[in-house]
Design a protein around this ligand. Structure first.
Ligand SMILES: [Zn+2]
Length: 349
């Protein structure tokens, strides 16, 4: 999930000028296919959970947030079904003009990335349109598809119409990279785990982490990181569990009410468990206040899941490669992307 249309660059303070948006010189580049699901096919993918669970693991609080309180049901099973029906019912077909604008931007991104990251850049693009601003209007992915709302697509078409293509690439190229990275992650889990565990030192806890009900009730399921069992060591037998939750006791939270927290986890004889206080509430703090963690990813906004960290950093790699390829190695952003960039240059060949 990307948190705003320009989340990767909203805080990006570089004053950058695009000098060239052409393909890598000297190498013939064949950009991958770009496809658009029609209403019927999109509705099917949105309801589908054969690749990964989504609606079937949701709790009432997150269902209310994702549907702005519109999902109804007498019990959890009915609520989940209602949520699924609302999403698949919002599927819509693209117009030819919309297809042309999105195809143009997707091809730009693939072409620009083809020389250095061909494995990533040759991944086909596929899009779904939502007629309603579900999930707070946040772009996200399902199976092999990137899901955009009508409002965002209309913005892309307008920007393309304005003729300022360089500005469009700089403003929305990073978002395309972010979302396409989530599709890549879904179909290359082993490869991505190499980055998460070897470069970043995350650990994947296959058997899950024992959690109090308080935390389960407040989970914010992210279709782009549905497996949340990733923790990172912060001391002997002590771990930090990055999570996204709806903390507010409101009947219907807005998606922007989602908070990112670092939950304390310990290793026990039986496995891994959340540290709780006397009220059975987890011990945690805002992820942005966990200094050691924040120092690892100083330019990342979506800190709550390794998939999100990788998607944010890939978008920053794109922005720097395309707009300021000769950026000083001492620049804060150049330093922040360096470990992942080195890994990508080797593994996305
Ligand atoms: Zn994301």
């Amino acid at each position: 999930m990307a948190h705003t249309r320009t989340s990767s660059i909203a805080f990006f303070t570089l004053i950058a000028v695009i000098t060239s948006v052409s393909a890598a010189a000297g190498k013939p580049v064949k950009p991958p296919a770009v496809t658009f699901l029609d209403q019927k096919a999109a509705a099917k993918v949105l309801a589908d959970e054969s690749v990964e669970p989504f609606f079937s693991v949701m709790q009432p609080k997150e269902i209310a947030a994702l549907t702005a309180g519109k999902a109804k049901g007498k019990n959890l099973t009915e609520l989940r079904k209602s949520c699924r029906d609302i999403f698949s019912g919002a599927a819509a077909s693209f117009t030819n003009k919309e297809k042309a604008a999105l195809t143009w931007l997707a091809r730009q991104v693939s072409t620009q990335f083809m020389k250095d990251y061909p494995k990533f850049a040759s991944l086909p693009w596929s899009f779904i349109k939502l007629s309603k601003p579900l999930a707070g209007g946040f772009p996200h992915t399902r199976n092999k598809q990137i899901v955009f709302t009508q409002a965002l697509i209309t913005n892309i078409v307008r920007s393309k119409d304005s003729g300022n293509e360089k500005r469009l690439i700089r403003a929305l190229g990073p978002l395309f990279v972010h979302e396409q990275m989530h599709v890549f992650q879904r179909y290359n889990p082993k490869l991505m785990a190499d980055l998460y565990t070897k470069v970043w030192k995350f650990q994947h806890i296959k058997g899950g982490i024992q959690s109090p009900q308080w935390l389960i009730d407040r989970n914010a399921s992210n279709p782009d990181g549905i497996d949340i069992n990733w923790i990172i060591p912060v001391g002997k037998d002590k771990y930090l569990w990055p999570r996204a939750i709806f903390e507010r006791e409101a009947e219907v939270n807005a998606m922007r009410d989602m908070t990112m927290i670092g939950v304390n986890v310990i290793k026990t004889k039986k496995g891994f468990a959340v540290v709780t206080d006397k009220n059975k509430k987890p011990v945690y703090k805002s992820l942005h206040r966990v200094n050691a963690y924040k120092e690892m990813f100083p330019t990342v906004r979506s800190l709550y899941h390794p998939n999100e960290i990788a998607a944010d950093l890939m978008a920053q790699i794109y922005l720097i490669d395309v707009t300021t390829p000769n950026l000083s190695q001492n620049n804060r952003f150049a330093k922040a992307i360096a470990p992942m960039k080195t890994w990508c240059l080797k593994n996305f060949k």
